[in-house]
Design a protein around this ligand. Structure first.
Ligand code: MTE
Ligand code: MO
Length: 383
């Protein structure tokens, strides 16, 4: 019997009907697809939030509150992206016999559908692979991760829209019907869907601790654990990697605050003599971790007030670091005015570690970790 089956494939390629498992069914494909679609939409929207923080739009002000707002969107982005991996594999498994459907290309609409599926699968795989490698800070490619991950996200979402539009009648039909058709289908189809659900929930449980501090102990799959690193806080780029070991430790360091031609230069002890505030704020890194810490330092608006009458201004925060994308950031006026936006000098009751941005680093509420500039040497009032 097995032999004749093999022989059959020697004389002709497989056809859709050869795949007998009850899992290969539109009802399964549509149900998994619904959750995969939701994961893609959540990852896309939360990714856009990260993007507009880094490339602000004049008509879309980003609020500094709630202070954990960005931490939440970042956590959702990682959770949705990770969930997309088992969902994608499950959907591919359930749907792949359709590759062997006849006719290969029936109509222009059918051709469009097949093309959109090819683009969807390729871009979805690209996004989860690059996203995952980014979490591990491993970049075995020469393009800019951020730009390409964003560009491919638009293509992915476009192909999802085409795919859903073309398949809408099939999807609606499949979701309306019960999962079971025949009694014998039951355990396999239900079992498959339950297995996918358990995998997604399990992955989420093992990583959500990166965002929810009380569950940190369960974050076994997190590359950067809470509590690990100098002063109990992970480090993305060390002082050595940023090339600032000598300049940051130099006692001759001065912070320059500038508004046009007006400038003041302040030593660390002069900064420590100004009014100090203590804030509890998270560092929420786009590379998949976030941790809350207690920072002490000087309010940004107090520093701006030294050179500029009106605190309602954007400021640029520039690092001692000479090269690299994150050597400076712009703090929008809404954040400058916020009392929790500080130039931190101390972390958890001790001087900042060199790797956390000694002698001074920016910490502001509700924005990505990449914008929390370390080793600050200059604050410029813009406009
Ligand atoms: N000058 C400078 N500041 C920087 C970075 C950098 O590469 N250079 N990395 C940023 C990133 S990506 C993150 S997540 C936070 C991490 O802060 P931490 O190392 O104190 O945890 O610092 C930010 N500040
Ligand atoms: Mo980061």
């Amino acid at each position: 019997m097995a032999r004749s089956l093999e022989l059959r494939y020697l004389v002709r390629p497989p056809e859709q009907g050869d795949f007998r498992s009850p899992v290969h069914d539109p009802r399964v494909v549509a149900r998994v697809g619904l959750f995969l679609g939701a994961a893609i939409v959540v990852a896309f929207l939360t990714g856009l939030v990260s993007h507009v923080h880094q490339h602000p739009l004049a008509w879309l002000p980003l609020p500094p509150t709630p202070v954990w707002g960005y931490r939440l969107t970042q956590g959702l982005h990682v959770a949705a992206g990770l969930s997309a991996i088992p969902l994608l594999l499950a959907k591919l498994y359930a749907a792949y016999p359709a590759l062997f459907a006849r006719p290969r290309v029936g109509s222009p609409l059918h051709a469009l559908e097949r093309l959109s599926v090819a683009v969807l699968v390729a871009t979805a795989i690209f996004q989860v692979v690059t996203g995952l490698l980014n979490v591990f800070q491993w970049y075995p490619w020469s393009f800019s991760f951020v730009r390409v991950h964003l560009a491919v996200a638009w293509v992915l979402v476009g192909s999802v829209v085409v795919h859903v539009a073309v398949k809408l009648p099939v999807i609606a039909d499949a979701l309306r019907g019960p999962v079971l058709e025949e009694a014998g289908d039951g355990p396999t189809r239900r079992g498959f869907l339950a297995g996918v659900a358990v995998t997604v929930l399990g992955l989420t449980a093992l990583t959500v601790g990166q965002t929810v501090p009380t569950l940190a102990g369960a974050a076994l799959l997190s590359p950067r654990q809470a509590g690990v690193g100098p002063q109990g806080l992970p480090v993305n780029r060390t002082a050595r990697a940023a090339g600032v070991e000598a300049t940051a430790a130099d006692p001759g360091w001065r912070l320059t605050v500038a508004a046009g031609a007006r400038t003041v230069a302040l030593s660390r002890s002069e900064l420590l003599a100004m009014r100090q505030v203590t804030v509890e704020l998270p560092i929420a890194c786009v590379e998949g971790w976030s941790t809350t810490a207690t920072w002490q330092g000087v309010r940004i608006r107090d520093l701006v007030a030294l050179v500029h009458a009106n605190p309602d201004v954007d400021v640029r925060v520039v690092s001692l670091q000479q090269a690299g994308s994150y050597r400076e950031s712009v703090l929008p006026a809404s954040h400058v005015a916020h009392p929790d936006s500080v130039l931190a000098l101390r972390l958890g009751g001790a001087d900042l570690d060199l790797d956390h941005g000694f002698p001074a680093r920016l910490v502001a509420p509700g924005r990505p970790g990449v914008l929390q500039t370390k080793w600050v040497e200059r604050i410029e009032v813009l406009g």
